[in-house]
Design a protein around this ligand. Structure first.
Ligand code: BGC
Length: 772
């Protein structure tokens, strides 16, 4: 665990330069605006260890897969979001000697992420020319209000140096992905232009042919007075630069404002990219730094007003939850239905920036309660756009008649994952997408979505479940064979309880959704039946049979659901028995040892008890929690948060808090030594859920919202915002009271500790907290 970063309510601070964790810090201090993201690489040349990362949402390359043993049905490509042309570059040198933090002598260094206003600051002092000192201060942000614009304010102040400082402001499009399977570069240059004061390079991705245009322009000031500088141009393949020297003396402060415009053929026709980029650069420069910054800051104010969590009495927890909310909002802003949320967001290359079930199971519930309805609808539309491909995907595996299997990992709807035990077997992901539709509708009441899009997805998924279920003559039950549940430390098992449960739930939900649309919107219903070629009686009769006769493994003696057939044959033991030096087991044990063991990577049965909480009583949850929690090693970042929620539900606040802590500072303290590979963006949403659905016990029953708040002993109070059916409200919990403020003008009805309250628009209600 590292604790390099100082604790602060709104800031993440790295004091002193730690090159040995530079990759980690580059992930932690990443900035993004939903449209693009940038690791905290330095502006200046850096010859030390670093992962260059600048990503544009939706721009990817299908990298040819490398697997040892090819299996029919494997995808040939793994789509990956690309490290895009580097526009942040500002090299500086003195007497031909570059400032390079890996080599230069630095006497101070601070890097600060301001989460409230969404920018990255860096400040350091460097020795140049033998024994003279320069002070460098930079601020960088990716505009939230104008997402194709990035800005750097870069100042060089002389403490006691007199002479020339040479600058090179450039774009370098000769970039690569570290994880390229065959070491290939993925960009081709299309066009470039460089003039005194600006430069633009248009590149295109091989195969996918996305055109990306990166443009820069700048202005320079000496002590706030604009400077006119004489530039020399660098103009070579995939590289444009403006170089110039400025003479400075002690106390002089030279400030460069570098504006960047990054456009892509996703939003601008490729023929006019050069023209549009030139225009956007001009617009940005004429607006100027201050105006752009205040527009950006305003957007962050808006985001925090709807999603902030305030924790009093625990600064580490306060910092961490804001860090998580901050990165989630940097990754996804919900404006474009073609974009989604990769498990690492824009913070590194791991997982290729693709979409996983993480979106529906973790990120979507966060955005449902903190963002505009449209942002969540767009996540669902994303999957609707991929329905056809999912039907083809199921077709490749031998399913037919409109059965849809959504991919485990995807960019464009096609499956990218290629480990048979996951690609073919981790089919529970289909259920998460169906459940997300239900979750969205119960939060928003948006029945149009169901009729226009959702029902078709549900039909495709239900057809898959009905074809994937097998009638077992010996059990006289339906079974689902050869699967991997959420717990990826078990492969090719039969009757994973969670998968079987979500399969029958999806079938029931699809039938009830059909009934609703049939009644409320007969014309649309007819259209859907026609479009999907749905044989109502035949198909729903089979579904009903499966619903009634699905085999769900259960142990009578312990009265717990069994993760899968044969689970009790294992030697059952607590994860505490694993020697500390052998954790995490996935880095120390052979795969076969892991598979034979009882140890559980992440919530599996417990994930089912979490989402279907209204179906199981507290005693059932407690028994299953007590059985499975000790065997769970939480080696997926998606695990501890779910266990934390259930621990709160059963009133075990101590355990809930312990699990919560593990999840909330996972990246800031680099618990799993993997932050260099990027942040756990989707699990960050789980942390938020651990507060809202865990400690505060927020649930929805029969279209009504209810809470059952607990509070960890070490906190004085916590408060958060949430939305339900268009109403934004704030809940504060302290040791004595629960206070609900209705921040909208509509009446909020809310059940607190089993009693219903009605809170008029802009009013608040305060009740006594009940201790369990
Ligand atoms: C987890 C999966 C998850 C993936 C991406 C894996 O380690 O087991 O459930 O979808 O990471 O976050």
């Amino acid at each position: 665990m590292n604790s390099f970063y100082k604790k602060d309510k709104w800031l993440i601070i790295e004091e002193g330069f730690h090159p040995e964790i530079n990759r980690e810090s580059e992930s932690i201090f990443s900035i993004g605006n939903g449209y693009m993201g940038q690791r905290a690489n330095f502006e200046e040349e850096y010859s030390g260890d670093s992962l260059l990362g600048n990503y544009i949402a939706g721009v990817y390359y299908p990298d040819k897969t490398r697997v040892g043993w090819w299996k029919n049905g494997y995808p040939e490509y793994f789509d990956k979001v690309l490290n895009a042309p580097k526009w942040i570059g500002i090299d500086i040198s003195v007497n031909g000697e570059s400032v390079d933090l890996a080599i230069s002598r630095i006497t101070s260094f601070t890097r600060t992420l301001n989460m409230k206003e969404g920018y990255l600051d860096r400040s350091f002092r460097v020795i140049v020319s033998g024994n003279k000192t320069l002070e460098i201060n930079s601020r960088r942000f990716l505009s939230m209000s104008e997402p194709d614009i990035g800005i750097i304010r870069y100042s060089v102040k002389s403490v006691d140096f007199e002479g020339f400082v040479d600058f090179n402001l450039y774009i370098d499009a000769d970039v690569r992905n570290e994880d390229a399977n065959y070491g290939k570069k993925f960009w081709k240059e299309v066009q470039r232009k460089v003039t005194s004061g600006s430069g633009i390079i248009i590149t295109r991705t091989m195969k996918t042919d996305f055109h990306v245009s990166a443009g820069i322009c700048f202005e320079a000031f000496r002590n706030k007075q604009e400077l006119s500088v004489k530039t020399a141009l660098i103009n070579r393949e995939k590289y444009v630069g403006n170089t110039f020297g400025i003479k400075i003396k002690p106390e002089d402060n030279i400030t460069i404002i570098k504006y960047a415009a990054v456009l892509s053929s996703l939003n601008n026709p490729e023929e006019v990219l050069m023209e549009d980029t030139t225009k956007r650069l001009k617009e940005a420069k004429s607006k100027g730094y201050d105006k752009l910054f205040s527009g950006h800051r305003y957007e962050w104010e808006r985001i925090w007003a709807a999603s902030d969590v305030v924790i009093k009495g625990d600064i580490a927890a306060q910092q961490a939850i804001r860090f998580n909310i901050f990165h989630l909002n940097q990754t996804y802003t919900g404006k474009d239905e073609r974009l989604n949320i990769g498990p690492k967001g824009f913070t590194a290359e791991k997982y290729g920036g693709g979409t996983y079930w993480d979106t529906e199971a973790f990120a979507l519930p966060f955005f449902l309660k903190t963002a505009d309805q449209k942002a969540v609808r767009n996540l669902l539309l994303y999957r609707f756009r991929h329905l056809e491909k999912s039907i083809q995907n199921a077709g490749k595996l031998g399913f037919r008649d409109g059965a849809a299997l959504y991919p485990m990992v995807t960019m464009n709807g096609e499956e990218c994952h290629n480990e048979w035990e996951i690609t073919f077997e981790e089919i529970h992901r289909n259920g998460a997408i169906a459940y997300a539709i239900h979750n969205y509708i119960r939060h928003t009441g948006d029945m149009d979505y169901l009729a226009d899009y959702g029902l078709e997805i549900l039909i495709g998924i239900s057809r898959f479940w009905s074809q994937r279920s097998t009638w077992s003559e010996s059990r006289k039950k339906f079974v689902i064979l050869g699967v991997t549940g959420p717990n990826e430390y078990e492969n090719n098992v039969n009757n994973n309880w969670y998968t079987n449960t979500i399969a029958v739930w999806t079938l029931s939900f699809t039938i009830s959704s059909m009934e609703t649309i049939k009644k409320e919107n007969p014309d649309k219903f007819k259209r859907i039946l026609g479009k999907t070629n749905f044989n109502y009686d035949e198909e729903t009769n089979l579904w009903q049979k499966i619903i009634k006769n699905m085999y769900l493994p259960f142990d009578d003696e312990r009265q717990v659901f069994l993760q899968q057939d044969g689970f009790l044959d294992k030697e059952l033991m607590s994860a505490e028995m694993i020697p500390a030096g052998e954790r995490p087991i996935n880095q120390h044990w052979s795969w076969d040892r892991i598979l034979r063991s009882c140890f559980i990577k992440q919530a599996d049965v417990l994930h089912g008890l979490y989402i279907f909480e209204d179906k199981y009583d507290i005693e059932t949850v407690r028994r299953n929690f007590d059985f499975y929690e000790p065997m769970t090693v939480h080696e997926s970042s998606l695990s501890a948060c779910i266990h934390a929620i259930l621990a709160s539900r059963i009133g075990n606040i101590k355990k809930a808090y312990e699990l919560y802590l593990r999840s909330t500072r996972l990246d800031l303290d680099d618990y799993n030594h993997e932050v260099a590979d990027g942040l756990h963006i989707t699990s960050m949403a789980g942390t938020w859920l651990a507060i809202v659905e865990g400690f505060a016990g927020m649930k929805i029953h029969d279209s009504r919202i209810l809470v059952d708040p607990l509070i960890p002993d070490v906190w004085d109070s916590y408060s958060f915002h949430a939305r339900f059916r268009g109403i934004l409200f704030e809940i504060t919990v302290n040791h004595q009271n629960v206070i609900i403020k209705n921040l909208s003008d509509k009446t909020l009805r809310i059940i607190i500790y089993n009693k219903e309250y009605q809170i008029d628009g802009m009013e608040k209600c305060e009740i006594q907290r009940i201790t369990k």
